[in-house]
Design a binder for this molecule. Structure first.
Ligand code: ADP
Ligand code: MG
Length: 292
């Protein structure tokens, strides 16, 4: 496996967890669940006062990282740093201009919709705004059964039962199956969106700021749900956030992104104890300042 091309390598990890996982991986020589190498995604500029419209720029540039099975990698950066674009490339929702995305040993960047199908199940996404990710014209049962239908998982007769199980997995009640999305609070809607993502039994969840539209008290509950699901299902997460405290709480390793590039990627413990890159230091001291 090629070294990750980050300016500050994630060597000498003191995170025992990470060590165990990478030792296990080296022994059996299985590839990481997700490997992103040298990713670059270009866009034409939207018109702003600063730039000429249509000019090309790299929203994501030289981005490399991996996520092991069961591992949580946080991708932290300010708004516009390229986090969501990276996520979309990982899910093959956009085609990178260069670089590669490898899922479970299979290169998926640039695969057609049909060829992507068998790999799509391995990785699912949870978005920031649960209201817009749930179809308002479908009941909760329909929302949860749709992926089972699309991927033809199990018999038709088993779908209802499976949907009930999914609701229980996210700590909602099976009685909620007959209800509509608008009947739920923001936190409950996000639980439903998470249940939907889990329907196809993915190994990796890409979560793009999944708690930032929620009230602070609800955020903690959803974060705890992510932790519980990690334990119960052995899920891996690519967890995108601009919240350093959240990354620290959840992630085994943390990548800091700025202007399309990862400037530092190390075990979360090390990164917070002794940030190396000037930008990471800035972020950490700013976060301390705002906490008061
Ligand atoms: P983040 O998720 O970190 O806030 P994004 O990945 O959404 O950042 O965006 C990175 C940069 O790419 C931003 O400057 C954004 O305006 C730009 N961008 C994102 N999507 C598009 C697009 N479809 N067309 C043009 N520019 C885009
Ligand atoms: Mg974003």
């Amino acid at each position: 496996m090629a070294a990750e091309e980050t300016p500050i390598p994630e060597s000498h990890s003191c995170d025992a967890h990470a060590k165990e996982r990478s030792a296990a991986r080296n022994q059996v020589r299985t590839p990481p669940l997700l490997q992103v190498q040298n990713l670059r995604v270009e866009f034409s500029r939207r018109s702003t006062s600063m730039f000429r419209r249509g000019e090309k720029f790299a929203a994501v540039n030289k981005v490399s990282f991996h996520v092991d099975s069961g591992e949580t990698l946080a991708l932290v950066g300010e708004s516009g740093s390229g986090k969501s674009t990276t996520a979309r490339a990982v899910l093959n929702l956009i085609r990178p201009d260069s670089g590669s995305v490898t899922l479970d040993g299979v290169r998926v960047d640039g695969l057609s919709h049909t060829r992507m199908r068998p790999h799509r199940r391995k990785v699912q996404m949870v978005f920031q705004d649960p209201t817009s990710s749930l179809n308002p014209r479908m009941t909760v049962a329909e929302i949860l059964m749709e992926p089972l239908k699309i991927f033809r998982l199990g018999e038709r007769e088993s779908w209802q039962k499976e949907a009930a199980k999914l609701l229980e997995l996210v700590r909602l009640n099976a009685n909620d199956l007959v209800r509509w999305p608008h009947e739920f609070s923001g936190g409950q809607k996000q639980r439903i969106a998470i249940a939907r993502a889990l329907a196809v039994r993915p190994q990796l969840l890409v979560c793009d700021e999944p708690t930032s539209s929620l009230d602070v008290s609800v955020q903690a509950q959803i974060v705890n749900l992510f932790l519980t699901l990690r334990q119960e299902l052995g899920l891996a997460y690519l967890f995108i956030t601009h919240d350093l405290a959240l990354a620290r709480h959840l992630a085994h390793r943390t990548a800091i992104m700025r202007a399309g590039e990862i400037v530092e990627l190390r075990s979360t413990e090390e990164l917070f104890a002794s940030p190396k890159h000037a930008y990471t230091k800035d972020l950490l001291s700013n976060a301390k300042g705002t906490r008061g």
